[in-house]
Design a protein around this ligand. Structure first.
Ligand code: PGA
Length: 248
């Protein structure tokens, strides 16, 4: 699974240019589809509907993800969007608990868990981000911290957990170019799967590029959640191709 997190990037014109590149290279995405490798783009919310329309029109095998939802179904929450509203734009996935949202919008594990439940209730797959800061890693408590972020999710039943994808994203590796080693990312991915069960899929995120993605992919890490590098459609496709060649 290859997921591009566009964060707060791209105008509508830029987004269409990106998708034009995907149309020109549709064979790569079709091959990924044949091999059951989901290719997912998470644009800013205002682009979801126009891109959904574009995807349907051009028959491109990519899915869309939202970057967040509100935990309530509706209500007086200015500036927020609910799962049901976003589902209406054709999304299949929702990224939840990204470290930037935890940091700037002060989301806690409790709130994020409500969002996971809300996403699952609407038959959307949740991509739940976890990961430690540099200080937590240096203190030697990274594993304990990561598992504490998963405590509530662990209470979900096995069926529900099949629709939860955990993205291990060490905060110190996000947007820094300082990516985690392949061994360490895989050790943490295994720790997560041992804790939650093997029905859960794990992605790695944090300075992933077409050059380094292969070192992460394994039976425990099925793909990447990619920010900066995947803002370029050629890089996104190169990472899909990398996944195709290392298809484990
Ligand atoms: P990055 O971002 O690839 O730019 O490090 C990853 C993410 O935040 O999901």
């Amino acid at each position: 699974m290859i997921v591009a997190n566009w964060k707060m990037h791209k105008t509508r014109v830029e987004a269409i240019e990106y998708f034009e590149h995907l149309v020109e290279n549709k064979h790569i995405l079709e091959k990924a589809k044949e091999n059951d490798i989901p290719c997912v783009i998470a644009p800013p919310a205002y682009l979801l509907y126009p891109l959904h329309d574009y995807i349907s029109h051009h028959h491109i095998p990519v899915k869309l993800a939202a970057q967040n939802i509100h935990q309530e179904a509706n209500g007086a929450y200015t500036g927020q969007m609910s799962a049901v509203m976003l589902k209406d734009t054709g999304i299949k996935y929702i990224i939840l608990g990204h470290s930037e949202v935890r940091q700037y919008q002060h989301e806690t594990d409790d709130i994020i868990y409500l969002k996971v439940q809300r996403a699952l209730a609407k038959k959307l797959k949740a991509i739940l981000c976890v990961g430690e800061s540099a200080a937590t890693r240096e203190s030697g408590h990274a594993d304990k911290f990561i598992l504490s972020q998963l405590e509530l999710v662990k209470t979900l039943d096995k069926q529900a957990l099949k629709n939860v994808i955990i993205a291990y994203e060490p905060i110190w590796a996000i947007g820094t170019g300082n990516s985690c080693s392949g061994e360490e990312a895989n050790r943490v991915a295994k720790l997560i799967r041992d804790y939650l069960g093997n029905e859960v899929s794990v992605l790695y995120g944090g300075s992933v590029t077409p050059e380094n993605i292969r070192k992460y992919l394994s039976k425990d890490i099925i793909g990447g959640l990619i920010g900066s590098s995947a803002l370029n459609p050629a890089n996104f496709l190169a990472m899909v191709e990398a996944k195709l060649t290392v298809n484990v």
